[in-house]
Design a protein around this ligand. Structure first.
Ligand SMILES: [Zn+2]
Ligand SMILES: [Zn+2]
Length: 254
């Protein structure tokens, strides 16, 4: 199965439309192909994101077994980058959270400040969950029930907007933007925007003064519910979420 599902992504790589330049910016996949395949081999052998001689504690936190169960698989990404003295760096990322964690040692982190995210997210999430319990207790269709459902929806939307505001995007021209600056007003920001591997990796590169040479992204685990992502296949960067982001983030990469 490897052949065809890898070749297509290798051609397309990672790209996005830059509004400021009025054209696409592109990062190839080929320079990261070897590192991507090496990570697949490592995951296949170690079945863990943090390999410390099969430490059982690490395995229970960072093991990949869950990716093959009900939770299904996820995207992983590898970037090959260069520092100012020409040294090569290989950086890894997973999409979204890995088993409830944004931060995993040795992997690129998210595009927001973790402490600020937690301070905002955790108390709001508790309120939303509490409303969920009240909704279960209310009589479906009653005025109270409808008011609770409405309130929960409003709180969720508000939280999403507030969380989106925490994401900081940079590019190679030294500019900074928020998600709301990238997506046009009224366009709506898809859930999970900024949480894919490519933006995490490019964010890491900018913050650490590295020049990305290439990125590959692949899916690992049980195929996704819609069947569009298969275990061990490479995919080019996504259209709905990353295409607008990467246009901005890759701008100025000479
Ligand atoms: Zn994406
Ligand atoms: Zn540009």
């Amino acid at each position: 199965m490897a052949g065809s599902c890898i070749d297509n992504a290798m051609k397309r790589g990672c790209s996005g439309y830059c509004r400021s330049c009025g054209r696409d910016h592109f990062l190839p996949a080929e320079p990261a192909r070897k590192a991507g395949l090496a990570l697949m081999d490592e995951l296949a052998a170690g079945k863990c994101l943090v390999s410390t001689e099969q430490d059982s504690c690490q395995l229970s936190r960072y093991g990949t077994a869950s990716l093959f169960g009900d939770a299904r698989g996820k995207m992983f990404g590898v970037m090959v980058a260069q520092d100012r003295s020409g040294g090569e760096h290989i950086i890894r990322a997973f999409s979204g959270q890995f088993r409830g964690r944004w931060i995993v040692p040795g992997w690129a982190g998210p595009l927001f400040d973790r402490a600020a995210y937690r301070a905002l997210h955790d108390p709001q999430e508790t309120r939303i969950k509490l409303l969920g319990t009240k909704i279960l207790d209310a009589v479906p269709g009653s005025a109270e029930y409808q008011a609770l459902v409405k309130k929960r929806k409003a709180l969720s939307q508000q939280l999403m907007q507030q969380l989106h505001a925490l994401y900081r995007l940079n590019n190679f021209k030294g500019e900074e933007a928020g998600l709301a600056d990238i997506f046009l007003p009224g366009q709506g920001i898809p859930t999970g925007t900024g949480d894919c591997c490519a933006p995490k990796l490019i964010h890491h590169a900018i913050r650490h003064d590295l020049k990305p040479l290439g990125i590959v992204e692949f899916f690992w685990g049980r195929e996704n519910a819609s069947g569009t992502r298969q275990h061990g296949c490479l995919y080019s960067s996504c259209r709905a979420k990353c295409y607008p982001l990467l246009g901005f983030m890759l701008c100025g990469l000479g």
